[in-house]
Design a protein around this ligand. Structure first.
Ligand code: UD1
Length: 422
């Protein structure tokens, strides 16, 4: 176990390169086993969620050749089992993609109910609704899902909730179904488009990803491909908030500014300068100034991402005036607030956990904090770097699930942050 020791109050300056999108990579790794040919995935983030999923597919027989930190070759021809050990599944949410991929590949899957960050109930009903519409028999037994189908058949379905996981999972099963599948009410996040583009590069015929309805024309067979994952929207947004909170001047490289629009416009609104160019954004916040207060409501893409909600709250903690932050995707995503209060932040969470009021304070001071989940970990790091004095952050394994070399990238920008064993 490691901790971060942070001495805050220093602005961040310089350049940082954003890695590949974790949530796209998770869908893409699962999709890669759908073909018996070798698939090469580039711009892979080297974070623990990815490494757990690679171990999980290796455990069912896939050949996984980690060419380098950011490149992997996967061959699904050697897969011999459709039973995924709960050891892997319970560590990460995205193990649910192995259901869709194994249903598509072998017509059978036995996967434990997934783990992941505790930010709400996170049911799987929409995933199962989609599989059932394709003719799959799904049963939930002793904390596992067993799925079996003789012959996948395309169909028309309407999701009741725009779920990222369900949208990708249903695509994974539908690409090898007979006939056409139409999925309405889908999620539109950039990583959904990336998984669809990846599958299309393997010979799938998916149209409409990024809109409200996805059409999948089933194919008999998929082939190998080489594919580079899109940049991580949330890692980029996190660095943008880090600069806003520490009053620095940083250029982010390897980003898609279009994917950052909701974050960029919120930062502009509170007085932070953001300049976009082709694959870069420069974020500048003037030393000695305070950001303005605002209202933030999380929403499905292109709305403000729920995965950026804790980070923007950490920025607004020292705003001039009161801000309202409303969470509309998950039920319990404000667990980090009690940690921010230890620093002197003044934040009231509504009883039903749906929103919080952030009373901006002039300054906060370092504290010892426990990280409750991945994005909360990013928010507490932002707060600690903006605060005066020393903070100790425990539970950084959450951060390492989704941010590659976070402390190293921050040190290169001038932050005083050390990773030390406990
Ligand atoms: C994914 C992301 C996560 C992000 C979230 C929302 C991955 C691995 N994780 O999580 O980082 O915060 O999207 O952008 O990509 N729901 C149902 N029934 C279902 C599925 C979902 O009711 O069958 C609900 C959830 O409880 C939640 C909402 O739909 O309230 C959105 O969840 P979903 O988009 O599925 O999130 P995840 O796929 O779990």
């Amino acid at each position: 176990m490691n901790q971060y020791i942070i001495n805050g109050g220093k602005p961040l300056y310089g350049d940082v390169t954003i890695g590949g999108a974790k949530n796209a990579a998770l869908g893409i790794i699962a999709a890669a086993i759908l073909t018996d040919e070798t698939v090469t995935i580039e711009n892979l983030p080297n974070v623990s969620d990815i490494n757990v999923l690679l171990e999980a597919i290796r455990s069912i027989g896939a050949t996984v050749d980690r060419v380098s930190d950011h490149e992997v070759k996967i061959c699904g021809a050697t897969i011999t089992s459709e039973v995924v050990d709960s050891e892997y599944v319970q560590k990460i949410r995205a193990s649910y993609y192995l259901l869709g991929a194994l249903i598509g590949k072998r017509g059978k899957a036995h996967v434990a109910m997934p783990g992941g960050c505790e930010i709400g109930a996170r049911p799987m009903d929409q995933h199962l609704k989609g599989f059932r519409a394709l003719g799959v028999k799904c049963e939930e037994l002793d904390g596992s899902i067993e799925a079996e189908v003789e012959h996948l058949k395309g169909s028309h379905m309407v999701l009741d909730v725009s779920s990222v996981g369900a949208t990708i999972n249903i695509m994974l099963a539908a690409v090898l179904a007979e006939g056409t599948t139409v999925i309405e009410g889908v999620a539109k996040e950039p990583h959904i488009v990336d998984v669809a583009n990846f599958l299309n590069s393997m010979g799938a015929k998916i149209r409409g990803a990024g809109t409200n309805a996805i059409r999948v024309y089933g194919t008999e067979k998929l082939h190998g491909t080489t594919y580079s994952i899109i940049p991580d929207q949330i890692e980029a947004g996190t660095f943008m908030c880090l600069v806003a909170a520490t009053k620095g001047d940083v250029t982010l490289h390897n980003v898609i500014p279009k994917h950052l629009e909701s974050i960029t416009s919120k930062l502009l609104e509170i007085g932070v300068n953001v300049e976009e160019s082709d694959e870069e954004v420069r974020v500048v916040a003037l030393p000695g100034t305070r950001v303005r207060s605002t209202r933030v409501q999380t929403n499905v893409y292109p709305g403000f991402p729920t995965d950026m909600q804790p980070q923007i709250t950490a920025v607004l903690m020292c705003a001039q005036g009161n801000s309202d932050v409303t969470e509309s995707i998950f039920e319990s995503r404000f667990r980090y607030v009690e940690q921010l209060r230890k620093m002197g932040a003044s934040i009231d969470v509504k009883e039903d956990q749906s929103s919080c009021k952030v009373h901006g304070v002039a300054a906060v001071t370092g504290a010892d904090m426990d990280i409750p989940d991945l994005r909360a970990g990013a928010a507490l790091t932002i707060a600690a770097l903006a605060a005066e004095g020393r903070s100790v952050l425990s539970g950084i394994e959450y951060i390492e699930r989704g941010y590659e070399d976070f402390d190293l990238k921050l040190r290169e920008l001038g932050a005083d942050i050390e990773k030390v064993p406990v």
